[in-house]
Unconditional design. Structure first.
Length: 276
């Protein structure tokens, strides 16, 4: 079961413009990810491609200057760096140095990088940190929401459920957890490893407002993310690992890869075809 959501009234003309921007931004993020995977160190490709619309929708259609974002699934750093480059926070040329010696663009988001609230790498910590940030906002009456993006394999970490339980108990306002539900992790499928379903019901049972959504539909994501509730919100974004590059989609081997130049070009061509 899911709990009712109270929608935030949209500004329709601007909403349409922002949705178009989000769709374009998702494609641009994927192109950056593919190019970073063509570097000497490779990249976490599959999970970076699967969350492109989530990042794009949050930053182009939902978040305000008062809000914060935490990438709990830190291995999707290439997607975050691509977003920051498109926003002008990072120079696109810097992405060419991704994960190389001397670069500040580590394989996981580091402390001190513009756009990074918390450094994340070891999974399971981002939700607890975000809960603390949202609690601080509530106590100080600063306002603003805290959005945190988790991987579905990450939900096997016990620390995630400690935070879920406490947030539900405290009815923490302004906390929005988004799960990139691509169904895969480094060793195989999540359901073969540890069963997660029915995932929305699990969050609801701990006192959260929960909703399933197509994680590649920017309009549906906006509707799910830009809501008000008197409880923390969980958005289960159903996605495809490796989305946008057909020969990578739903393949466990896309979790981490180093692309040869011809593979980079093949992947970029696939992304171009998707926009036609």
């Amino acid at each position: 079961m899911t709990s009712p959501l109270t929608p935030t009234p949209p500004n329709e003309p601007r909403a349409a413009e922002h949705l178009e921007r989000a769709r374009d931004l998702a494609v641009a993020i994927r192109r950056h990810v593919v190019r970073m995977a063509g570097g000497p160190t490779g990249a976490h490709v599959g999970g970076s491609l699967s969350c492109a619309e989530i990042l794009a929708s949050l930053h182009a259609t939902v978040m305000t200057e008062a809000d914060a974002f935490v990438l709990s699934k830190g291995h999707a750093a290439p997607a975050l760096y691509g977003l920051l480059a498109e926003q002008g926070t990072l120079d696109s040329a810097e992405l060419e140095e991704y994960a190389q010696p001397g670069s500040r663009l580590f394989g996981h988001p580091p402390r001190g990088l513009p756009g990074v609230v918390f450094p994340t790498g070891s999974l399971g910590h981002g939700l607890g940190l975000s809960l603390g940030l949202a609690t601080g906002n509530a106590l100080s009456r600063r306002g603003g929401r805290v959005f945190v993006l988790l991987g579905d394999g990450e939900l096997q970490e016990g620390s995630v459920w400690e935070a879920v339980m406490y947030a539900g108990h405290a009815r923490t306002p302004g906390l929005v957890a988004v799960v990139d539900r691509n169904g895969a992790q480094i060793t195989g499928t999540t359901e073969d490893t540890v069963t997660l379903e029915p995932l929305s019901d699990r969050f609801t049972s701990f006192g959260w407002t929960a909703r399933d959504v197509d994680g590649h539909d920017c309009a549906a994501l906006r509707a799910a993310l830009d809501q008000s509730s008197d409880r923390p919100i969980a958005v289960i974004a159903r996605t495809v690992k490796g989305r946008g590059v057909p020969f990578l989609e739903n393949r466990v081997t896309s979790h981490y890869a180093t692309f040869k130049p011809q593979i980079v070009q093949r992947a970029l061509a696939a992304l171009f075809q998707e926009t036609q």
